[in-house]
Design a protein around this ligand. Sequence first.
Ligand code: FE2
Length: 190
Amino acid sequence: MIYRFRLTEDEYDYDVLTAVTAYLDCEHYAWLHARNYSHYEILEDGPTTSRIIQHSKYLGITFKQHHFREYLPPSEFRMSSDKPFPIYTHTRFTERADGGVHRTVDVSVDLPWPLWPLRGLLAAHLRRYDARVYGEDAAAAERRARYLGKNNWLWAFRPSQFLLHKDAVIAAFREQIAARGLVLDESASQ
Ligand SMILES: [Fe+2]
């Protein structure tokens, strides 16, 4: 039985590219979000799609999830996960007039019928989980801003940084990135 709901709608005072690079940075998942994600393994990194194994902890239980993730440039993402039951998410980052970012996440879960009466509790649990993970990302963005300056995402495009779908992000934000003086040559996208 499909249960659809809006997981969250919130605001951050950094720009869209900061949010996109934070989302696609593979290297932070297993340490920054260690309380929820104890394992993060990339099986396939295509131009805009990826397959990942992630161990996620819900209600004290660790689920070994297979994720299929899709980047819809410039700033939308779809994700499907197989455990504990099929979960689909659609995340959108949109720019606000003041330079901040608005995030919406829509979720649909394919619930086994015995869990249907618990769907409200499940949504509340996923909201707490999401708020904790995004709180960690926002705190990391603040720390980074303190040391590197606000909206400084140049780190993400270093040749040594493993950012999922880096070429697609560079193509979608080419003007904004070039305006910061980053030379976008072959080595910047490897
Ligand atoms: Fe994160």
